[in-house]
Design a protein around this ligand. Structure first.
Ligand SMILES: Cc1cc2nc3c(=O)[nH]c(=O)nc-3n(C[C@H](O)[C@H](O)[C@H](O)COP(=O)(O)OP(=O)(O)OC[C@H]3O[C@@H](n4cnc5c(N)ncnc54)[C@H](O)[C@@H]3O)c2cc1C
Length: 308
């Protein structure tokens, strides 16, 4: 039976008479993630814009947890669902603007691929790496998403965000404290916008670069599967997929979850997997890699919520 949480929406509505975005109780999150697994959000909130987001956060009792999700391409939602409020940014955060000086400003809900395309059309180079990352800009900011030799930190001028106390701040690149697939900004900050710096480029050349990225990904990654992208970070000096392969885990299954035959740092939901199947498979891979190589793999995929 699907789990459900006490409905706190009426209480939240009473506290926030001027709220414009939607609050939904016990809303399933599985459809909002690439893996298509997991339980509901106690409350799913879709703010209309940044002011609406800040308004809710300001009125919210401190003990209610808040978490933001993007396009769910790097995410396992556990089977018991997520207590508190899950925020998903939508329309009010979906603008892309070209600015003077080869700059691109994008809302946190804009898919990365759309930013890459807008830059290409405007003859701005340096952002085509975003073509291959199937998340939205908020996720790229938080994960320092990257591919093909470039990552978010190489292109970012600054990011805007709202914290749990409803304070809006602009973070300069250095204040993001970026490392490989890591952002050092406090976990409670919800990014709302990014400003990227590109350089002058030829739209045809950039388009060709993007086509190459598309082809290469189709050939090497199970991009049409229910997956979460790279499961583990590459440990310094190693490739996670090689360690996983050497540990004999290619094709390994737990319930309905499998280590991809195509790219063994990707886990796949074959159809009927639970979040527990996927997480147990990941932990099994970690244990086997530790036994065979002595190396501890660190999860890159974010896991949220409570076990079923
Ligand atoms: C087929 C496939 C290929 C992939 N290839 C790559 C790749 O080449 N390079 C790469 O870096 N990643 C890759 N990924 C992983 C993933 O696409 C990236 O990590 C992406 O940046 C996640 O964005 P998202 O919007 O889906 O975030 P989600 O998966 O929804 O969330 C990821 C994390 O970001 C946080 N987050 C989301 N939005 C915000 C926000 N607005 N403010 C603050 N925090 C936020 C969430 O709380 C969570 O901790 C791949 C994934 C798949 C499925």
């Amino acid at each position: 039976m699907a789990s459900s949480f006490p409905d706190i929406v009426p209480e939240l509505q009473a506290r926030t008479p001027q709220l414009r975005g939607r609050l939904l109780a016990n809303q399933s999150l599985a459809e909002l993630t690439w893996f298509r697994v997991g339980g509901p959000a106690q409350v799913l909130f879709m703010p209309e814009d940044e002011a609406d987001l800040a308004y809710l956060l300001a009125q919210l009792p401190a003990e209610i947890p808040v978490i933001v999700i993007g396009l769910g391409s790097n995410l396992i939602v556990r089977d018991g669902g997520v207590a508190g409020i899950v925020i998903r940014l939508g329309r009010g955060f979906s603008e892309v603007k070209i600015e003077p000086g080869w700059r691109v400003r994008a809302g946190a809900a804009v898919p990365d691929v759309k930013v890459a395309r807008a830059a290409q059309e405007a003859g701005i180079s340096g952002l085509s790496f975003l073509r291959g990352i199937p998340g939205a800009i908020g996720g790229a900011l938080r994960m320092n998403g990257g591919a093909y030799g470039r990552e978010t930190k190489d292109a970012l001028i600054e990011a805007r965000g709202v914290d749990r106390q409803a304070r809006t701040r602009v973070f300069a690149n250095a204040e993001m404290h970026y490392a490989y697939r890591h952002c050092g900004v406090a976990e409670d900050v919800i990014f709302t916008q990014a400003l990227f710096q590109g350089a002058a480029g030829d739209p045809a050349v950039i388009a060709a670069e993007m086509d190459k990225i598309t082809e290469s990904r189709e050939a090497t990654q199970p991009i049409k599967s229910r997956t979460g992208g790279s499961t583990f970070k590459n440990p310094p000096g190693h490739k996670a997929w090689q360690l996983i392969d050497a540990a004999g885990c290619r094709g390994l299954t737990v319930g309905g979850a499998q280590v991809s035959e195509m790219h063994c740092n990707f886990l796949i939901n074959l159809g009927g997997a639970s979040a527990a199947d996927i997480e147990t498979l990941g932990e099994t891979v970690r244990r086997r890699v530790k036994e065979s190589s002595g190396i501890d793999l660190e999860w890159e995929i974010k896991r949220i919520g409570i076990p079923g």
